[in-house]
Design a protein around this ligand. Structure first.
Ligand SMILES: [Mg+2]
Length: 229
């Protein structure tokens, strides 16, 4: 199955480094800030729906998340929240942006080994500046042939990426934690995919596994790639 592979592309968040944990912590903090106005479940639900509504305009990433938190807080407080809450939301976001990048176990040795045999690519959603910051901090850029920051990881996005890299689907392998963004569109194009689930998944990235015909491999950890490549 891996005989023709020329490009190995990696998702970044929750594939190379933890990310969802940060958002969950921020969400908890947000719910505590909203305690005077509503309970935890309602605050979470309201925030998620604001985020989904804002996706087409703001895209993914921390800055979009900050704006959605402020908008939701205004809504939940009926416009009565005090400026200290806004300040807290902004400082939560800034703290997220300043987090150090800690690679998941196995990521670095996998990059070192595979970069000798394949062209390695990182293909990620999110905010351009923030993803570049994380990649630079990660120490992985020296092993990379190409970095693609995609506004949406769908069939069209992957087609464009493969065309840009000059490869056929059967020469392209994608590795990632999201069935919806990293696996399904890639498999549909006839390319190869390895799914490495992370302990946490954002609601928006969830996908019932039965929606997929096979055509991808599931692994427990990134280091297992070295068994097949
Ligand atoms: Mg991911």
């Amino acid at each position: 199955m891996m005989r023709n592979i020329k490009i190995v592309a990696f998702d970044a968040d929750d594939t190379l480094w933890p990310n969802e944990d940060l958002f969950r912590e921020a969400e908890e903090h947000f719910c505590r800030l909203m305690q005077p106005y509503t309970d935890k479940d309602k605050a979470k639900e309201a925030l998620f729906s604001t985020e989904i509504n804002n996706l087409p305009l703001y895209g993914y990433g921390i800055k979009a998340f900050m704006l959605s938190m402020i908008e939701t807080a205004l809504k939940l407080s009926g416009g009565k929240m005090d400026s200290a809450v806004t300040e807290q939301i902004i400082s939560t976001g800034r703290a997220m942006l300043n987090q150090p990048v800690k690679l998941l176990p196995g990521a670095l040795p996998v990059f070192k080994t595979l970069s000798a045999k394949y062209k390695l690519v990182v293909a990620t959603k999110g905010d351009l500046l923030d993803q570049e910051r994380k990649l630079n901090k990660s120490g992985l850029t020296r092993y990379l042939h190409h970095i693609e920051i995609m506004s949406e990881k769908n069939i069209r996005g992957y087609k464009t990426l493969m065309r840009r890299l000059g490869v056929m689907p059967q020469e392209f392998l994608m590795v990632g934690n999201s069935l919806k963004s990293d696996i399904m569109p890639v498999v549909k194009l006839g390319a190869r995919a390895v799914w490495i689930p992370y302990s946490l998944t954002w609601q928006h990235e969830n996908l019932a596994t039965d929606k997929l015909s096979n055509g991808f491999i599931k692994m427990d950890k990134i280091a297992d790639l070295l068994k097949i490549l």
